[in-house]
Design a protein around this ligand. Sequence first.
Ligand SMILES: Cc1cc2nc3c(=O)[nH]c(=O)nc-3n(C[C@H](O)[C@H](O)[C@H](O)COP(=O)(O)OP(=O)(O)OC[C@H]3O[C@@H](n4cnc5c(N)ncnc54)[C@H](O)[C@@H]3O)c2cc1C
Length: 632
Amino acid sequence: MTERFEAGTYDVIVIGAGHAGCEAALAAARMGQRTLILSINLDSIAMMPCNPSIGGTGKGHLVKEVDALGGEMGLNIDKAFIQSRMLNTAKGPAVHSLRAQADKNLYHIEMKKTLENEPNLDVKQGEVVEIIAKDNVVKGIALRAGSIYYSKAVILATGTYLGGKIFIGQSSFQSGPNGLAPSLELSDSLKKLGIKLTRFKTGTPARIDMKTLDFDQMEEQPGDEVIVPFSFMNDELYREQISCWLTYTNGETHRIINENLNRSAMYSGQIEGTGPRYCPSIEDKIVRFADKNRHQLFIEPEGLNTKEMYVQGMSTSLPEDVQIAFLSTIPGLQRVKIMRPAYAIEYDCIDPTELNLSLEFKGIENLFSAGQFNGSSGYEEAAAQGLMAGINSVLKIQGEEPFILDRSQGYIGVLIDDLVTKGTNEPYRMMTSRAEYRLVLRQDNADLRLTEKGYKIGLVKEDRYRKYIDRKSQIDIEMERLKTTSVKPNEINDFLEKNGSSQIKSSISLYDLLKRPELDYHMLKEIDTTRAQDIKRDVASQCNVQIKYEGYITKQLKQIDQFKKLESKKLYQDIEYSKIEGLRIEARQKLDEIKPLSVGQASRISGVSPADISVLLVFLEQQRRKRGEENE
Ligand SMILES: Cc1cc2nc3c(=O)[nH]c(=O)nc-3n(C[C@H](O)[C@H](O)[C@H](O)COP(=O)(O)OP(=O)(O)OC[C@H]3O[C@@H](n4cnc5c(N)ncnc54)[C@H](O)[C@@H]3O)c2cc1C
């Protein structure tokens, strides 16, 4: 029996120093709380157990929003990136998504340095084995080695470690990711507190030795010439970039995998946990898309000082001999050597509908949860939840209203609302298609949407706030200049003809010119004589987007007004839905379970129909009248 002793008291304790835990702890410490962050192994702080990149479609948006609110991920990847690309530039600005390849080791080193240098924050190695709570209020935690720490709030950010079990073919063993120790006791403590746990799984591809690859047989994928920083705190970034490489599977690859499906942990039924549909294993892809004669894969460097290369698109739980066999069929990998075999990991996580929109457990006061443990998948999704859990643990301690972003304010709002209102039966990954108001929620305007809010809650500091105000005013000034600067026919008709744009008969503002799809801000430089020479690239592109998509943006803002109408119809937490006549049984059960904060949130609960919402609106009106009569 471990001897226990009281080791200290904090305001906030964060269990886990992954992408969620780091953001949560930094937010709490930066909002003035004495904070402790714990990890089973400090050498795994901000570890990237899977893809060596930050961002991508929908995920880049989350990183920008975390940054705009005063979080760390954007700043950290700007320090540790080795390649940067803006994805989907052929499509509209709503889906433009930044993605940066990271030097994983440098990413870890920079984040650890930031944690260690943060005032109010203590960083400690230790495994939490118990959550201490009294009368459903959290009081602290106990470590395996015996120390007990008390605190006003605790945040769970344990990722894929709880009950971690690794699968490589028929071989399986208890472990955390990357050979790190799992967390095997905390789950029991959570179950004793009445928290329901479920099993999810995810998988990662092999890491292969760069020395054994032939890049002449692959297509080089270089970074962008112009690097767009992730953080709004950085204007321009210059760095020598490393390339990724594109190659493809072929019929022989598919034959080997098909012939060995029964040896895959996933296909032999060994794994109970549910996996991510949008990060399928190569087995899944070959079975589900059997008609495809090849699948693309990217060979991505894991860092500047390592020969390890990540095989993006080839996660698997097939045995290692099969991994070597199918990888060797791929152009450029014929002599491949595996440095780390691919594996699948199964782990405990919660049903996120047990959480409020503030990420606090409904049943345990001051206990919050964030990241993969909430059923999401991805560094960016974890960071966004960690930030919000950190902020809300502080606001709860201070007796303030929780900080909640709705679906029209950010991808963070979409992420958390989807998780806690709808739940998820597989690891949830963010995508632009999940955000109904994505034209307004672009990554390029995250600061214009969120930095003011971050400043009001005390997380955004003066330097970031000043930078935001400065950028906002530069955009406003330039928009005004474009509106009020007119050009005459004789000044621009040659220019218009040259650029295949119809000539004008009377003066026109630069603003109206920019609405023409064939013209853009950079092209107008030729005829725009009053333009400031040093206008910033991001200010210019912001004006370009706002003007060109003005019509669509206005239309979407109207939709948001409609959305906000139902969001503003608040629902008291003490409503007994089981007693509301006219509501269907399923709706009564679901509403009593989720306890939505608004009619809008109620309308997104699966099993609650539009008819149920009408009943609810009538009930609310009756309640309002009754209260009115009582007050008379
Ligand atoms: C094998 C694998 C494959 C993946 N594949 C994908 C993918 O394809 N796509 C994708 O988007 N994401 C993928 N991910 C997910 C991605 O890694 C996670 O989403 C992300 O790391 C989650 O961040 P987190 O902060 O929630 O948890 P993690 O980064 O897992 O960090 C958890 C932290 O909690 C600590 N911890 C756990 N238990 C305890 C305890 N009892 N006491 C103290 N500390 C504790 C750990 O030490 C660690 O610091 C994969 C992850 C793994 C492991």
